[in-house]
Design a protein around this ligand. Sequence first.
Ligand code: B12
Ligand code: SF4
Ligand code: SF4
Length: 358
Amino acid sequence: MWGRAAYNHFVAVSRSELEQLLNLEGLEFLGICSPKTPDAFEQFERWLGEGRHGEMRFLERHTELRAEPARLLPGSRTAILFALGYDQREKLPVAGPVVAQYARIRDYHKLLRQSGERIALTLKTHYPGAEARVFVDSAPILERALAAQTERGFIGKNTCYIHPELGSFVLLAGILTSIDFEKDIPSRINPGVHLPEGGCGACRECQKICPTGALDTDYSIDSRRCLAYWTIEHRGTIPEQYWPWLSTYYFGCDLCQLACPYNLKKDKGYLPSHIPVRQYPDLFATATMDQSTYEYHFGGTPLTRAKREGLRRNALIAMAVIEHSQLQAALEICEMDGAPVLKETVRQIVKWREKHAS
Ligand code: B12
Ligand code: SF4
Ligand code: SF4
């Protein structure tokens, strides 16, 4: 946070001042690029065409904005990219079932938006008449592709944006503005070559560790095989073939990032100390929770993306896989008060256990 009085002397906001403002918010400045069509837009269209987005229909909409982010704010000439480091130093092997690291803090959309709005306001104050609009997932913008067009970083084989010093445990956001800031010379890292400034080269650690083969093609994910897709985005029952790994992560998955050398050797990109790490109820309490318990413990966190029934479904499956001592009681409660997806999951579990017992 900063007192506006301290910045009254600004005539224009320089690059280093921007960086300072972001750092005061506990954020990392990634750089400045043009909001024109990201170089990798064609890859996005190909990816959609191959159906690798599964049932995430929202990715099929607003193609024109993804193709040209500047359309989100008519007259915008600059995109300022920034990030929140959230690495909590989890190591392989993970002692699950746990939730992915990004979900252990307050919803990043809210965190990054609030900070971004403060910076946008400062910009508008210093440039009367200027427009500035924050984006963090809410807008259909290819955030990783834009981040990779700033001076540092690249998209790795795990499809994450990786910054050579911060690693990939960074959540991305940006500000579109009509102010014509000087743009970075894009990093232009060739991901296929490993150099000090970045690149995967011959490394395949993320592809080797992904338990479901979702990273079968270099630099492209098949969401239909990704545990994050099934446990966060998918609304129906989860196919049994993915169940074993819910004993590690029952919401999201960090395996392909934990295995990445860029996250192993670094001294930046960790969660700022002023952001508290949340504690969630245990599996039994989660699988059986009512609406008010859900709102109390999960309100304002990224876990609400799965909704109450999705979280109950995930916790119930994790309980079945680890043969939790309260599984039978949880099954009975879900059968009694659950939505159709939970009742169907109960039936799946009963059959699955019979199959495994025989
Ligand atoms: C849909 C979505 C998902 C889907 C699909 C993931 C995916 N890889 O696309 C699912 C549910 C699986 C998912 C999972 C996760 N997600 Co997500 N997700 C998104 C979302 C909303 C849209 C991404 C999208 O458009 N995907 C479609 C792909 C094709 O687009 P893209 O990857 O941006 O594609 C560009 C590049 O990859 C490149 N490219 C593609 N193919 C190729 C090939 C070559 C050769 C090259 C050079 C380039 C290239 O070109 C593309 C087009 O410009 C973004 C937010 C946003 N607005 O961008 C967050 C986002 C990508 N997710 C994020 C996070 C944190 C996660 C998880 C880590 C959460 C978790 N712990 O479970 C996992 C990571 C899984 C993984 N390995 O990617 C962060 C990633 C931050 C980072 N450092 O990269 C984002 C950016 C949200 C944010 N604001 O910070 N997510
Ligand atoms: S998040 Fe997990 S399941 Fe998805 S690609 Fe990475 S390792 Fe594979
Ligand atoms: S694990 Fe290796 S191949 Fe995968 S993203 Fe990291 S550096 Fe690239």
